[in-house]
Each structure stands twice: as structure tokens, then as C-alpha cells.
Design a binder for this molecule. Structure first.
Ligand code: ADP
Ligand code: MG
Length: 315
């Protein structure tokens, strides 16, 4: 199968369902064309997944397709942007039809779930590597940045943390029980908090998505904002199945392991109190922003390692 037949067969169908008002030109030309809405800014971000680094060697292609798009879209969620389209740079050791069908199917399901269409890409031969660039739209100057946290703001997280990190202990999956399946599905099928991010535009003072672990990512937000935080580690929400499997180690995972793709957001207490019930239910307050820089942990603090950093520095 040649490069262009491969693109036509597996990836063109994902582009064909694009909204032509937003994406007048998809794959097939030298560039794709995205129409920008007046009064909006373009938010864009790229993420690369390398086999053996970001996912296990031999990882199921269908899951990889979902994950590759989900981790990229999560950055749009963190800014409060609405997904528009994405490009896919795919490096493959060979053109295996079964693998490509699985990957395209996972990617397609994720694209439908997140409301984002394929606009184009690049296909090359080499060690399995997937780069996804996502484009989203935000009302002009309304994006939620990392740099807006202010002293006195609450620090909140969405969902629960730590399960995706624990899942690595159960891969590959020989015969997992229900608790293992629950944590594994958090690793395989992360669900970027798009609706939550968009509903916090104009309300949250800062946000970041948790890809490398709460402590590491919150530290990035604090540094960008020039503030610090007091965090009660016992307030960090845990999935019941994670506690069953990991006991006391669950909290360490929730603080330091990555891959959950939940949001960490800050907002003034008054704004938090006035949130509508649906939005508030998705968030847990775990601490407060302080004027002194640094991250201080209270409660039963586990012997925590810092978040993952590709070059081995302390994150
Ligand atoms: P160019 O030579 O202009 O860089 P390519 O030959 O790499 O273009 O690609 C031809 C067309 O196919 C382009 O429109 C590109 O966006 C699209 N394309 C290439 N690979 C993919 C892919 N994996 N998914 C979707 N579209 C792709
Ligand atoms: Mg060209």
C-alpha cells in the first residue's frame, strides 16, 4: 500500500465529516484551510507520543488512536477553547492494514466524541511516533492561562487522580479483575474536560491540564502566576477502585503520576460559591493560593516523587 492510498483509505474518511464552514479545505492540498470566526482567537498546540516512551511497545492501535487525540485535545480543554480541527503526523515502521484500521477507528471515535475533524497531516516511515496538532477557538482574549492565579483563590481539581498512573502496573493485561479494568480504562480512554474548561471561561483565574502529575503541573501554574499554594493532600479525590488496588499508595499516585488529563483550576472563592451545581460537582477544592511562592503540602503526605520529566530533572 502506497502513502497516498494509505491516507485515502484510513484518514480521508475522518476529514470528510468536517463542518465545511469551519474547514473549507481538508487533506489533499498543500495546506488545509480553517475559517476563523470574527471575534475569536485560534488556540493551537501539538503533542507527540513515542512508542516505548509514552505508550507500551505493542500497544493496541485502537486505544492509541483515542489516546493520541485525547492528550492533545486536553490542552484545548485547559484553555477553555472549543475544538475545531487537527493535523496528524504519523511515523510508521510499516503499513500494516490491520494496525491502520484499528488506529483510524480509535482516532475516529475520539474525533466524534470531542467534536474535532482531521484537516491534514504527514505520513512517513520510521519508529512508531504520533504527533497531533489541535486547533481550537476561544472568544477574543478570553482563554484561561496558567498565569492568572491570585492569592486567596481556591485550587480545584476535576474528577479523580492517580488511576491512569496505577494502570501501568496492569499492562499488558493478562486477566484483569473489575478494579484493574476501571483504572486501565482511565489510561486507555482519557476524556479531556472540554465542557468543563469552556464553562470556566471568564470564571477561572488560571488552569492547566494534569498530564505529568498534580504536583508537577500545579508547580508550573504557580510559577507562571508568581504565587504559591497550600494543599491538603487528603482532599485530593481518589477513584474507589484505585484505593482498593493500591491502599496507602493511592495518594502518592494521585499527587505524582501523570496521564489522568484532569484539570487543575484556580478561582476566587466567591466565584466558586456562585458556580452552577453541575460545574461545582465536577470540581474538588484541595487548597488555596498564597502570596509566598512554593507548594506546601499538609495532611498525611506520602513519600512523594516529583512528576515525570523527559530529561530527568526534578519537574
Ligand atoms: P506535502 O508534500 O505538501 O507536504 P504530503 O504529500 O505530505 O503533502 O501530503 C499530501 C496531503 O495528504 C496533504 O494534504 C496532507 O495534509 C495529507 N496527509 C498526509 N498524511 C496524512 C495523514 N496521516 N492524515 C491526514 N492527511 C494526511
Ligand atoms: Mg505539497
Amino acid at each position: 500500500m502506497g502513502e497516498f492510498e494509505l491516507i485515502r483509505t484510513y484518514f480521508k474518511p475522518l476529514a470528510d465529516r468536517a463542518n465545511r464552514d469551519q474547514l473549507p479545505l481538508g487533506p489533499g492540498d498543500d495546506c488545509a484551510i480553517q475559517r476563523l470566526e470574527p471575534g475569536h482567537d485560534l488556540a493551537f498546540s501539538v503533542d507527540t507520543l513515542v512508542e516505548g516512551v509514552h505508550f507500551p511497545v505493542g500497544y493496541e492501535p485502537e486505544k492509541l488512536g483515542w489516546r493520541a487525540l485525547a492528550v492533545a485535545v486536553s490542552d484545548l480543554a485547559a484553555m477553555g477553547a472549543e475544538p475545531a480541527c487537527f493535523t496528524l503526523a504519523l511515523t510508521l515502521p510499516d503499513a500494516d492494514a490491520g494496525w491502520l484500521a484499528g488506529f483510524a477507528s480509535g482516532l475516529s471515535r475520539a474525533g466524534q466524541a470531542f467534536g474535532i475533524a482531521l484537516a491534514g497531516g504527514d505520513t512517513t516511515r520510521g519508529p512508531l511516533t504520533i504527533s497531533v496538532q489541535v486547533h481550537g477557538l476561544v472568544a477574543r482574549s478570553a482563554e484561561i492561562r496558567r498565569s492568572g492565579a491570585r492569592s486567596g483563590d481556591f485550587v480545584c481539581v476535576s474528577g479523580t487522580l492517580g488511576a491512569a498512573g496505577a494502570a501501568l502496573d496492569y499492562l499488558p493485561e493478562p486477566a484483569p479483575g473489575p478494579d484493574q479494568l476501571a483504572v486501565l480504562s482511565r489510561y486507555h480512554f482519557p476524556e479531556p474536560r472540554l465542557a468543563l474548561g469552556q464553562s470556566l471561561v471568564g470564571l477561572a483565574s488560571a488552569a492547566i491540564d494534569i498530564s505529568d502529575g498534580l504536583l508537577a503541573d500545579l508547580t508550573h501554574l504557580l510559577e507562571a502566576s508568581g504565587v504559591g499554594a497550600d494543599i491538603d493532600v487528603e482532599k485530593v479525590p481518589l477513584m474507589p477502585e484505585l484505593v482498593v488496588l493500591k491502599g496507602d499508595d493511592a495518594r502518592r499516585l494521585a499527587l505524582t503520576s501523570g496521564d489522568d488529563y484532569e484539570l487543575c483550576v484556580t478561582m476566587a472563592p466567591k466565584i466558586y460559591e456562585a458556580l452552577c451545581e453541575d460545574v461545582r460537582r465536577e470540581l474538588t477544592v484541595i487548597g488555596v493560593i498564597t502570596p509566598e511562592p512554593g507548594l506546601r503540602l499538609a495532611g498525611c503526605v506520602p513519600d512523594a516523587a516529583p512528576g515525570y520529566d523527559h530529561f530527568g530533572r526534578l519537574a
